[in-house]
Design a protein around this ligand. Structure first.
Ligand code: 5AD
Ligand code: FES
Length: 355
């Protein structure tokens, strides 16, 4: 640990904040020792608020049809090799029924930007889920929409919205997305969601093409300022049928390091140990939890469609039934002294003095 990093880490622990330059140096000059210090502190902060409980979210991948063409994503519009599907309303409801039986109290409806799921269709699905499972939270992860659309979905009963910002640097954003998408609209969406009253989540990939420590520093600063209720990060993993097919995957080590930093930046944040992390290394999610994450997202999608929701190559959890996936994660968490809890898993806000 150099004197520079030592004082930066001290400042981060004290203020939960660094300047963008300091974040960049923290990343660039990191050592195993720094990672160990941050990890210990991150876990301490997490346990003060959440103990060793891990929240579960039942992920339902409702459609892989998408109007967007993000260069990194396996279900991008231009990928003709992708076999497209869309779940029917009844199938989605069935997944939530199965999930409820298995103890899930949060359902995440995630999909590409599929025009079929307009406000009317989505609102009716949300209402049905809420009628059947009133004590469960509904999280949407359905991409960019208008403010009025977000308002309608919120009124229908959606509690949370997860929209990764992907990168907080507008120039980098341009390199990951075609010109019809914009950084400004992404930010507009996140601000609208928060303003409307959703518990809001953002996030980014670690090791996406053209990303350096500078871009990551901007991501950290953005999270520090925005203070989202949730922040999802996972390593970039190339998909064979995308323009980024020959890029290298993001680093597990850096992802774990950033999970610890994020926990310290905003201790009550809900932070998942992602499937992408578990895809790169078999105990990735366990290591994510031990670095500061406190959420896992077992797959509740019908097994018949799981392989088709392929954002990146070799995605895990595509062959298992919902119960198997839940039990598998439950065992993994127990093996590291954590337990999965049946709870909506809302963010626990705290008074600063308590930390
Ligand atoms: N590797 C890792 N994560 C990806 N995502 C999309 N494509 C990839 C990829 N190739 C992430 C994006 C998106 C979320 C649903 O999945 O960050 O927001
Ligand atoms: Fe899904 Fe192991 S966590 S099968």
């Amino acid at each position: 640990m150099t004197v520079g990093t030592e004082s930066r880490i001290g400042k981060l622990l004290k203020d939960h904040s660094l300047s963008e330059d300091e974040y960049a140096s923290l990343i660039a000059e990191r050592t195993d020792e720094d990672a160990a210090v941050l990890k210990t502190e991150a876990v301490k902060q997490k346990e003060k608020i959440y103990g060793r409980d891990v929240f579960i979210r039942g992920l339902i991948e409702i459609s892989n049809i998408c109007v967007n063409d993000c260069y990194y994503c396996g279900i991008r519009r231009s990928n003709n090799a992708s076999e497209r599907y869309r779940l029917k309303a009844d199938e989605i409801i069935e997944c939530t029924d199965t999930g409820y039986e298995l103890g899930f109290r949060t359902f995440v409806l995630q999909g590409g930007e599929d025009p079929y799921f307009d406000d009317e269709v989505l609102c009716s699905i949300i209402k049905k889920i809420k009628e059947r499972h009133g004590d469960a939270a509904v999280t949407l992860s359905m991409g960019e929409r208008s403010r009025s659309s977000y308002e309608k979905l919120f009124k229908a009963g959606a509690d949370r919205y997860f929209l990764r910002h992907e990168t907080a640097d507008p120039v980098h954003y341009r390199k990951l997305h075609p010109h019809e998408m914009s950084f400004e609209n992404r930010m507009r969406c996140l601000n609208d969601l928060r303003d409307i009253g959703y518990q809001t989540g953002c996030g980014f990939m670690v090791g996406s093409p053209y990303q350096t420590g500078k871009e990551l520093a901007k991501d950290l600063k953005f999270v520090e300022k925005f203070k989202p209720d949730m922040c999802g990060i996972g390593p970039f993993i190339p998909h064979r049928d995308t323009p980024f097919s020959d890029r290298t995957a993001g680093s597990v080590e850096l992802t774990l390091f950033l999970l610890s930093v994020l926990r310290i930046i905003y201790p009550p944040m809900l932070i998942p140990a992602t499937t992408a992390l578990g895809t790169l290394i078999s105990d990735g999610r366990e290591r994510g939890i031990l670095s500061g994450a406190n959420v896992v997202m077992p797959n509740l999608s019908p097994v018949s469609v799981r392989k088709k929701y392929e954002l990146y190559d070799n995605k895990i959890c595509t062959g298992e039934e919902s119960a198997e996936c839940r039990d598998c994660l439950s065992k993994k968490m127990l093996s590291i002294g954590h337990r999965i809890v049946t709870d909506r898993g809302d963010i626990k806000k705290y008074r600063k003095a308590e930390i």
